[in-house]
Design a protein around this ligand. Structure first.
Ligand code: NAP
Length: 539
């Protein structure tokens, strides 16, 4: 591997490659580009590395993929030297890990922090991507890699009267860096997705009173988080190669026990026992209880009914338990993983405001009006999610050949080949872009696979004296159709989730991620390369 190049001065604006974003994708991309001997720069809107884990500092934030799996595998040394303290690491620990990676691989010197990219356009004559930042910087490079994340542009619902609210407003996805106290405070939280479900039990411990405004109840399973002791950590380190290899063969890229049986082929007792075992074990492996949970509505209902039975066991007030119980497809919206979420509603200082079938009527200077009543609050927490998959890319004015805007191309939904590249946008790569498995898999291996693919692609071009790669219209059309076909056979495409853009008013309803599974996707990426970058025009 070639040593990193000399650091460029601030005034230099011409690079071999530009990367947007210094989360896990951007960090590894920079490392690999340097490995090719390229001069690369990363522009990052935040003041530090870590992406999602830099911004989402809300109370209780953790990753619900086990830490030993939600980590890089490209460096055996890194794996061996880093100790995870818990089964599911906190946001703070994951951020420390990202910072450690940045320091260990000396990445920071080529990252421009507090620098948000506002525009990127392809100069066809010079065959360069020209980048502009919000603070007026300009830079250019033959290659541009968007490492902007799938869940990085927050969704702010337009609520009448919002600007008149006199209290404090916080969004889980852009949480303040300084400590936030809820002591003595009446808090209202809007939303009951993963972010809310993690933060509600923690906020409830401190707040005077917490009002939870729930538009749609969500299924959640217990995390069963626990510290990792010395012996467990040693075992993990000894078994990393096997763990990673096994994960690469799993549909989700995560190692857990999948049961190949149908939920409808076993007795009621056996089925219940399987769910009980998974409930006791904790985590997203609950959905691996039976093979057809995401393909057969009747099978799915058995798992849904089990979780509802648990909610009514945990929550003392039957009216509240009923309001917390979803009736739709389990796993259609992303399954939540919690610590004491349902039990929190037994606390006297927590009120569930069930606005199912209605909406928040308006925000007043002092609180929230819903279902005809005003709830006085000092703090409003928006746990209202993200403009997922396309939000961060559409926020940048990206223009390809003939000045065509990516946003216009994607007006009816995202179009990309393999989620990596778009026709009309030469030498522009997206890491975990729409049409790739990304959010339906373990993000870290998915990121690494994309970074390795892009690195090999750029090396291929350079080795052959080629300057340009661009997805063809035909390949892109076929891939977009394939992504839609695979989604059509899965129950996950049927509900109004952020996977289909339903959480953002006006967004076209398209199932954005590729749901064919990680191994199947990787095989297709490899086939494309083996066939001489089939589906791409190289020049
Ligand atoms: P989310 O799943 O999109 O949840 C947003 C919540 O806000 C939903 O309950 C939604 O209700 C509600 N909402 C939005 N607009 C509203 C409005 N105008 N009025 C009332 N309610 C409104 O967002 P999230 O919880 O931030 O999670 C997003 C994704 O991030 C997750 O699915 C997951 O992939 C990832 N994440 C992962 C972790 C983890 O690893 N543990 C933690 C947090 C997030 P509706 O359902 O009715 O739309």
């Amino acid at each position: 591997m070639a040593p990193p190049q000399e650091h460029q001065s601030e005034s230099d604006s011409s690079w071999d490659a530009i990367v947007v974003g210094a989360g896990f994708a951007g960090l590894f991309m920079l490392h690999r580009l340097r490995g090719l001997g390229m001069r690369a720069v990363v522009f990052e809107a935040g003041g530090g590395v870590g992406g999602t884990w830099y911004w989402n500092r809300y109370p209780g934030a953790r990753c619900d993929v086990e830490s030993v799996q939600y980590s890089y595998q490209f460096s055996a040394e890194l794996q061996q030297e880093w100790d995870w303290s818990e089964k599911y690491a906190t946001q703070a620990e994951i951020l420390r890990y990202a910072e450690h990676v940045a320091d260990r691989f000396d990445l920071r010197r080529d990252i421009r922090f507090h620098t948000r990219v506002s525009a990127a356009s392809f100069d066809e004559t010079a065959r360069l991507w020209r980048i502009e930042t919000e603070d007026g910087q300009r830079a250019s490079a033959p290659f541009c890699v968007m490492a902007t994340g799938c869940l990085s542009t927050t969704n702010h619902p337009r609520l009448e009267g919002f600007d008149d609210f006199r209290g404090r407003v916080l969004h889980t996805g852009t949480w303040p860096h300084e400590p936030v106290s809820f002591r003595g405070s009446r808090v209202g939280i809007i939303g009951t997705g993963s972010s809310a479900i993690q933060s509600i039990p923690v906020i409830a411990e401190e707040a005077d009173h917490l009002y939870v405004f729930q538009r749609t109840p969500n299924y959640s399973v217990p995390a069963r988080n626990a510290p990792l002791d010395v012996v467990e950590r040693a075992d993990i380190k000894a078994s990393y190669p096997v763990l990673r290899e096994t994960a690469a063969r799993m549909f989700s890229g995560i190692v857990f026990r999948y049961n190949p049986d149908s939920a409808l082929a076993v007795s009621d007792d056996d089925r219940r026992q399987e769910y009980e075992r998974r409930w006791a074990h904790g985590g997203v492996s609950f959905m691996g209880a039976f093979a057809d949970l995401l393909f057969d509505r009747r099978a799915n209902e058995t798992a849904a009914a089990f979780v509802r039975s648990k909610i009514s066991e945990i929550v003392h007030d039957p009216v509240v338990a009923d309001a917390l119980s979803p009736t739709d497809i389990i796993g259609c919206k992303r399954l939540c993983v919690d610590t004491d979420y349902y039990a929190t509603f037994n606390r006297p200082n927590v009120t569930l405001v069930d606005i199912r079938g209605t909406a928040i009527e308006r925000i007043t200077p002092d609180g929230v009006i819903a279902k005809g009543s005003e709830y006085a609050v000092d703090t409003l927490v928006l746990a209202t999610g993200f403009d997922a998959m396309t939000g961060a890319l559409n926020r940048i004015d990206i223009r390809g050949r003939d000045g065509r805007r990516l946003k216009d191309k994607w007006r009816d939904g995202p179009r990309a080949f393999l989620g990596l590249s778009c026709a009309g946008f030469p030498n522009l790569f997206t890491i975990t872009g729409p049409g790739s498995p990304s959010v339906l898999t373990n993000m870290l291996p998915s990121i690494e696979q994309h970074v390795e693919w892009i690195t090999a692609c750029i090396a291929h071009l350079r080795n052959r004296g080629l300057g340009c790669i661009e997805a063809t219209d035909d390949a892109e059309d076929a891939w977009v159709q394939h992504v839609a076909d695979v989604a059509g056979g899965n129950l996950r495409s049927q509900c109004s989730s952020w996977y289909v853009g339903a959480n953002v008013p006006g967004k076209p309803r398209v199932f954005s991620p590729y749901i064919g599974g990680f191994p199947q996707y990787v095989r297709q990426c490899e086939d494309v390369v083996a066939a001489g970058y089939r589906g791409f025009a190289l020049s």
